[in-house]
Design a protein. Structure first.
Length: 590
């Protein structure tokens, strides 16, 4: 955690220097604040001689009477308050700025890290939990950096300054305060461990609640279709109740701190009052000295109390850093070799050699998968549900890396290429095209934001999308809504095809692009796909086998291996898995 904090603060060294200087000034003014009152009690109300530090003001005020001394004390009070206010403003502004910048840097760093992760990370982590870390935990860190850090620095300086001054005034009274402080520190340390455990549980419950909310709202159409609103509400109520109980448990522990510290303050104050009164009556101490010491004693224990209460913030930020580090340290980044090269324009030859893969090392999904796709071929991949078809194609752009074997494009292992240039030469049309909030134009140009207006319109026309786009209220500037749900499935797929046209990649992967479409939409989508596939190496996963009749080859994946490989006619003649699947679909259509 310390290393991460140093990394985050390094760009803001000047801000830290300003905060440090302003805090020192603020602490010095806090130390000086009680002394004008001592002057009033000892030198105006009493008859003790004026100290040297205020006597220089008296000639400026025209005399050295008690009223002049009182005026000098009043001016000193005002000056101390003004300097304190300026120092507080500077420290607060720069600390808040520091906190906001650190939070921004941390959010960007987390998001950048998440962008680099393979899909295996998202197979194991719920999006709700990830969002909770990016938003809630980063907000906790930002709040701590903006508020608690300044308070901690100020309180630490104040405690040190107060101890020095109290020893100068009355070392025996100072020992009273210092005797109680270690006992408080031990108590706070033990309570802090309990608070940290309780806070960790609170964060876990909050993440579960956020994940429940996200899952229910993203699937609201299914929820309403199955009239499951009450069930989803019960899930949320349970998750929310678990969060409340965890929070109350954390509060029960943290609430112990304030009354314990308050009792210690009262105990020390009572001892000083009792002993100080005796010394005043004995003529050993002045009332002003006792008043100043009591002011220092109160100011000494105020930061002690704040630091003790801040234990709750320490626990929260510690848990927040743990969850942030869990993402930053997660070993899911697709590795890129230091000597990786930019790939030349691909011809499109793809070669799988004894490729093995498993989400869990003990449960293989693919075993010794080997096949070759010459450039420009259209190859279909079929097989029973769960056989590993989608896993095979996900290895080509390195969404995941195989556990064994090699994948080559144009004779070069794909691990030797830089990751992003590799992916830029592979186009995708998936079963459910995901559109992002924005305009139709922005979504078509998603893979190539610098595409011209002419290129966007040409791509839409080739994808059979221009006709329905121009009928929309704002044409290409029409917003598509969240996840593109304002459009039909066929319209989203045609925008997805236009997106692939804009990318103009030599390799194209189609993952059941017509599986969920009606006959009319399917015809328009297939027409657009036929234009898109010309001159490219195409791998298509197809549930509807009729779409593969004109494929150059069809590879059948079964139980993680290549079970059959040949043309449509060859595989029907083989009378194996493909022929069985074909008969099932043919009988269903009849």
């Amino acid at each position: 955690m310390t290393r991460l904090i140093r990394q985050l603060l390094r760009p803001y060294r000047w801000s830290l220097a300003i905060i440090f200087t302003a805090t020192v000034v603020q602490t010095l003014m806090s130390l000086a604040a009680p002394w004008p009152l001592k002057i009033i009690l000892d030198n105006v109300v009493g008859s003790r001689p004026v100290p040297q530090w205020i006597s220089w003001l008296l000639p400026m005020l025209g005399g050295d009477s008690k009223l002049h001394i009182a005026a000098a004390a009043g001016i000193a009070t005002a000056v101390i308050a003004a300097v304190t206010g300026v120092a507080f403003y500077i420290a607060t502004y720069f600390t808040e700025s520091l906190g906001q910048n650190v939070a921004n840097d941390l959010r960007v760093r987390l998001f950048h890290r998440l962008q680099l992760f393979s899909l295996g990370f998202y197979d194991q982590n719920r999006v709700g939990t990830i969002l909770s870390t990016i938003m809630t935990d980063v907000q906790t860190i930002q709040s701590f950096a903006s508020v608690s850090t300044l308070n901690l620095i100020t309180d630490s300086f104040t405690i040190v300054g107060m101890v020095v001054v109290m020893f100068m005034l009355r070392w025996d009274f100072a020992l009273v305060a210092l005797t109680v402080t270690p006992l408080l520190a031990i108590f706070v340390f033990r309570v802090n461990r309990l608070i940290k455990d309780a806070t960790r549980e609170v964060r876990k419950r909050q993440s579960n609640m956020l994940a429940t909310l996200q899952q229910s709202l993203e699937g609201i159409e299914v929820v309403q279709a199955f009239d499951a609103q009450d069930l989803e509400e019960q899930h949320l109520v349970q998750a929310s109740q678990d969060t409340v109980m965890a929070w109350l448990k954390a509060r029960r522990v943290s609430s112990l701190l304030s009354p314990v510290v308050s009792f210690a303050v009262a105990l020390c104050t009572g001892v000083v009052l009792w002993r100080g009164s005796a010394l005043i009556l004995g003529g050993v101490m002045t009332a002003g000295t006792l008043t100043v010491f009591l002011a220092y004693l109160t100011k000494f224990f105020q930061p002690v109390r704040e630091i003790a209460v801040m234990t709750n913030s320490f626990a929260k930020v510690s848990v927040g850093f743990e969850r942030v580090r869990a993402i930053l340290d997660a070993d899911f980044v697709v590795p890129e070799r230091p000597d990786a090269i930019d790939p030349p324009p691909f011809r499109g030859d793809i070669d799988f050699e004894n490729v093995a893969f498993g989400y869990d090392a003990d449960v293989p999904v693919l075993r010794n998968v080997s096949f070759t796709i010459p450039a420009g071929q259209l190859v279909g991949i079929v097989g029973p549900t769960g056989s590993g078809k989608s896993t095979v194609v996900s290895l080509v752009p390195r969404f995941r890396d195989p556990n064994g074997g090699h994948i080559r494009i144009d004779g070069v292992n794909i691990c030797e290429y830089k990751l992003h240039p590799l992916r830029r030469q592979i186009g995708f049309v998936l079963q459910d095209t995901v559109l992002f909030r924005g305009t139709v134009r922005e979504n078509i140009a998603f893979g190539r934001p610098d595409a011209s207006e002419e290129e966007i319109i040409a791509a839409a026309k080739l994808a059979n999308a221009d006709e329905f786009i121009t009928r929309m209220p704002q044409g290409y500037d029409s917003p598509v809504g969240e996840r593109g749900l304002t459009l039909s499935g066929g319209q989203r797929q045609r925008i997805g095809i236009a997106r692939a046209f804009i990318r103009d990649s030599p390799i194209l992967i189609l993952d059941e692009p017509t599986a969920s479409l009606d006959a009319e939409s399917e015809e328009l989508v297939i027409e657009g796909l036929e234009r898109l596939m010309k001159g490219r190496t195409v791998i298509i996963i197809a549930h509807r086998l009729s779409t593969l009749k004109d494929a150059d080859r069809i590879i059948v994946i079964n139980e993680g291996t290549v079970a059959e490989d040949g043309t449509h006619a060859d595989l029907l003649a083989l009378d194996g898995i493909y022929a069985h699947l074909h008969r099932i679909q043919y009988s269903e259509r009849k």
